[in-house]
Ligand binder design. Structure first.
Ligand SMILES: *Cc1c(COP(=O)(O)O)cnc(C)c1O
Length: 424
């Protein structure tokens, strides 16, 4: 694709964009200093879909009008409400319907999954994370190691970029497994690295884990709704993701989880049980014995918070409709345009640490010109009503998302970045 540095070009791209109408399905934040928002933070908190509002209002009404009967008798009965997320989740993850479930929040799910799939022995007790892992994932892994009586100092291994680089190489993970594979119980790795935006080779990670007898858990917080995945075929042992980033489910919204089909029927699996993981047909007989539900639903514990789940179900209808393939097609152009435009105009001062050949929406921009203070540049962009996000120590993350960002947003970003740099 040949990009052009002009408003006419971005306007033409928007006119020809088959997903252009979806922008109208979202509520945009307020104007600031007389400027319309350029929202580029969908990788942190997605904008509010009108469908999410509608779904939430429906359940407030159902609660008002039906009270306890809402569990069984309303438009979308609460007893099976979580299943309204299944079609969206399978579209986005490539899982089978029985392998996914909406429940809890991301870090909680990581712990619940580790309760089943991190079963260390003195010979095989280590967990591999990446060296720049999101803090919550690191804390979760380290605390699991400690809970089992092992020591994170020696038993939490890090897959690191090579010296002077930010990119993770699958070869280096392979080498680490060749050396230590027998002592590693679990690989807990992201699908997309949150800081650099690098898309990891999830299939290769799953294959490596299997080869070396290690369980594999994927954190898909930055992958879901962003890049294509084939979880059923890749078959990690488990995965989990939050729904407030690219999925637009609202702050702290209910997360998702995947459990590979092969585990859903295992008799001797270690699990923490609650009544919502009990077979639905006999759940309300209140029996003393636990009869497991089928599929990933077995990992549910409590009856889900419907008011936190409704916006997720509403938001997911958009993804079901559009499909990840169409999103990816637009995303490549949108992020490609941004990358090109920033390099073309400001390449001497602004660079990106996001690999061109392994990225989703996000670009992680860095200031190359050391006379410019990156944090001050970020603050000036905020004054101009541009919303990127800041990650210590010096990265400005920008994520044009294909569902609601336009090519004009990208052009406008470049304009305002120019203003912010001029003031620098
Ligand atoms: C966003 C994110 C989280 C957040 O965890 P919560 O439990 O939803 O607060 C955790 N891990 C990664 C990799 C993330 O990107």
């Amino acid at each position: 694709m040949e990009f052009l540095d002009s408003r006419e070009f971005s306007a033409r791209m928007d006119r020809e964009d088959p997903l252009g109408d979806y922008r109208g399905h979202f509520n945009f934040p307020r104007h600031r200093n007389g400027l319309a928002p350029v929202y580029l933070c969908g990788n942190s908190l997605g904008l509010q879909p009108k469908k999410a509002v509608e779904y939430l209002e429906d359940e407030l009404k159902n609660w008002r009008d039906y009270a306890v009967d809402g569990h069984f008798h309303s438009g979308r009965p609460w007893i099976s409400y979580h299943r309204h997320c299944v079609a969206g989740f399978t579209e986005l993850t490539g899982a089978k319907a029985s392998e996914v479930v909406a429940m809890n929040t991301l870090t909680v799910n990581l712990h619940l999954m580790m309760a089943s799939f991190y079963r260390p022995t003195p010979e095989r007790c280590k967990i591999v994370i990446e060296s720049h892992a999101f803090p919550s994932d690191r804390y979760a892994a380290a605390s699991q190691i400690r809970m089992h009586g092992f020591n994170p100092e020696s038993d939490l291994l890090e897959w690191s970029p090579r010296s002077g680089e930010t990119r993770l190489h699958t070869d280096d993970l392979a080498a680490m497994l060749d050396e230590h594979g027998d002592s590693i119980a679990l690989l807990l790795l992201p699908g997309v690295q949150y800081y650099t935006g690098q898309v990891l080779d999830m299939e290769a990670i799953c294959d490596l884990g299997r080869e070396h007898g290690c369980a594999v858990g994927l954190d898909l917080a930055h992958a879901i709704g962003n890049v294509e995945m084939h979880l059923h075929d890749w078959s990690p042992d488990f995965a989990s993701w939050c729904t407030y980033k690219y999925l637009n489910g609202g702050p702290g919204s209910i997360a998702g989880a995947f459990v590979a089909e092969r585990h859903c029927s295992r008799e001797n699996l270690q699990q923490l049980h609650g009544w919502w993981g009990h077979d639905e047909a006999t759940r309300f007989k209140m029996a003393k014995d636990f009869t497991p539900a089928a599929g990933a639903e077995l990992w549910q514990m409590s009856n889900p918070p419907i008011l936190a789940l409704a916006p997720v179900a509403g938001a997911l209808t958009l993804f079901e409709e559009v499909g990840i393939a169409a999103l990816r097609t637009k995303s490549r152009l949108l992020t490609g345009f941004m990358d090109w435009l920033v390099a073309e105009r400001y390449g001497d001062r602004i660079g990106s640490i996001t690999p061109r050949d392994a990225r989703g929406c996000q670009l992680s921009l860095v200031v190359k010109d050391k006379s410019i203070n990156a944090r001050e540049l970020f603050d000036r962009l905020s004054e101009l009503n541009v919303t990127p996000d800041w990650r210590e120590p010096d990265v400005i993350r920008v994520a044009p998302v294909p569902l609601y960002n336009s090519f004009d947003d990208v052009f406008e970003f470049a304009e305002r970045l120019g203003t912010a740099l001029t003031d620098a």
